[in-house]
Design a protein around this ligand. Sequence first.
Ligand SMILES: NC(=O)c1ccc[n+]([C@@H]2O[C@H](COP(=O)([O-])OP(=O)(O)OC[C@H]3O[C@@H](n4cnc5c(N)ncnc54)[C@H](OP(=O)(O)O)[C@@H]3O)[C@@H](O)[C@H]2O)c1
Length: 245
Amino acid sequence: MKTKIAIIGLGRLGLQIARLLKSKYELYPTRKNKNTIKKLKKEFPNISNDNIAAIKKSDIILLMVPPKKVNLVLKEIKPYIDKKLVLNFTLKKFNLNSQLINIASSIVINNKIKICLYKPNKMVTKNNEELFIKIFKSISANFSKCNDPVKEMTYFARVFSHILAYYSFLLKEKKEAKILKLCFELGVESLIYSKSINNVIKKGKTKGGITEELFKLYSQEPYFKDLISSESNIINKKIKEINKS
Ligand SMILES: NC(=O)c1ccc[n+]([C@@H]2O[C@H](COP(=O)([O-])OP(=O)(O)OC[C@H]3O[C@@H](n4cnc5c(N)ncnc54)[C@H](OP(=O)(O)O)[C@@H]3O)[C@@H](O)[C@H]2O)c1
C-alpha cells in the first residue's frame, strides 16, 4: 500500500517536492486559493482547501505554508495530528508533543532536492525516521541530519547568494564566463577536500607571485572576521524575526 502524504501549502517549494513524490506516494495537497486549486487538479487529483480532511487521510504531514501562517495552521491541525509524523519545511522553528522532524531544504535542481537537512524531535519513532529517510534520501542530492537545519541552510543560502551575485557582477564586467566557472570550480573543489586545505594554501603561495600578495593581504585584513560576524548577526536577526512572526 502506498504511503499517504498530506502537503499543507502546495506553493513554490511544495510543488517542486510534490512532483518528485507523486509517482510513488498518494498525495493530499492543500492550499487556499480556489482558482489555483482548480488549475492544479489535473496534476494532483486529491488537492483541496481542506487541511483537516487531507491530514485525516494521510500517514505523514508536510507543512509548507509561509512562516507567518504556521501558528494559525498548527492551531487548526493539532487536534488531528495524533501519531502521524509531521515534517516541518517552514523556516519557523517549533516543537510538538508528537512526532516532528524539522527540515531545511533547498530548491529542486535536476530532479533532486539539492540539500536536505533534518532534525527529528525525541518523539519520532525509529520506524518513522527510517520511513522519512527512505522517502527523502532518494530524492535529495545531499541529505544530512544536523543540529540546527534552518541555521545551517541560512548560512548556505547567504554564501550561495554572494557567489551568484559576485559571479553575475563579474559577467557584467565582461569577464569570460568559461574562465570564471573554472575559478569558482577550483575554489569549491578545494573546500570539498577540506582536509587538504592547508596544503592548497601552502601550494597557492607561490614565492613572489600574485597569490602570495593576496594571501598576505587576507591574513592581515580584518575583512573576513568582520564579514563573518556581520553575516552571523544578519542570520540570527532574521531567524529571530521568523520565529516571532
Ligand atoms: N521556496 C524555497 O526555496 C524554500 C526553501 C526552504 C524553505 N522554504 C519554506 O517553505 C515554506 C513554503 O515556501 P514557498 O516558497 O513554497 O512559499 P509559497 O510559494 O508562498 O507557498 C506557500 C503556500 O501555502 C499556501 N497556504 C497559505 N496559507 C495556507 C493555509 N492556511 N492552508 C493551506 N495552505 C496555505 C499558499 O497558497 P494559497 O495562497 O493558495 O493559500 C501558498 O501557495 C515557507 O515556510 C518557506 O519559508 C521555502
